[in-house]
Design a protein around this ligand. Structure first.
Ligand SMILES: [Zn+2]
Length: 214
């Protein structure tokens, strides 16, 4: 009981990520932002349509993720021999050639991890939208907070572009539909992970289930 009270008290405090100053949270009107008194960094926001916006962004990211894995990223033309490359085929070829460790790492980073993150995110937003099961929302938010720092989708996209630039000298490269879908997926994914913080979703949860704003 005592520890619950402590957690409840900690919920009213926030640390500035830039200068480490401790602040008390205050009620914010919709569509406004709280800034650090010392350095001016944004501490937290009150999105007017956080849940609807998050659901729309999450579903868009999921559609582009499916498209990115369904078609060819590039077609390589090496002296008349054409080969289409899809994201799953890259992973399978690693396994076929005996690179099990690299294959497993890629399978996890490219396919499983982003998919699980998106499903977790959409599940949380759906539960908040339908006002269901607060304890489950809390558990899922804790999982999401632990997983987010390992999200490397943008690094993966940049590494694909670097590899393509290096290949240009050796073969003719035709960009496929999935490359653009992947770029759009990374854009939505970045928006979700950088613009909507776990803290904001946590406060939205409190507003929805308990009518509290801080
Ligand atoms: Zn600050």
């Amino acid at each position: 009981m005592k520890s619950e009270k402590t957690v409840e008290n900690l919920d009213h405090l926030i640390i500035c990520k830039k200068c480490d100053t401790l602040h008390h949270k205050r009620h914010l009107p919709p569509s406004s932002v709280a800034k650090c008194r010392e350095c001016g960094a944004i501490l937290y926001r009150h999105h007017r349509n956080l849940i609807d916006w998050g659901l729309a962004m999450g579903l868009s990211a999921l559609i582009f993720f499916i498209l990115a894995n369904s078609f060819e990223i590039v077609t390589i033309d090496l002296r008349g021999i054409k080969q289409g490359i899809t994201l799953p085929s890259v992973i399978f070829s690693l396994f076929e050639n005996g690179y099990w460790l690299v294959g497993l790492f890629c399978l996890f980073v490219i396919l499983i991890f982003p998919f699980v993150l998106l499903i977790l995110y959409l599940w949380i937003m759906y539960l908040l939208k339908t006002r269901q099961d607060e304890p489950l929302v809390e558990k899922l938010l804790i999982y999401l907070a632990k997983m987010l720092p390992w999200n490397m989708s943008e690094i993966f996209l940049v590494s694909i572009f670097v590899a393509l630039v290096k290949l240009v000298g050796y073969a003719q490269i035709n960009l496929g539909t999935s490359l653009w879908a992947l770029a759009l997926f990374v854009g939505f994914d970045l928006y979700l992970s950088k613009s909507i913080s776990i803290d904001e979703i946590w406060r939205a949860k409190k507003r929805i289930f308990r009518g509290k704003d801080v």
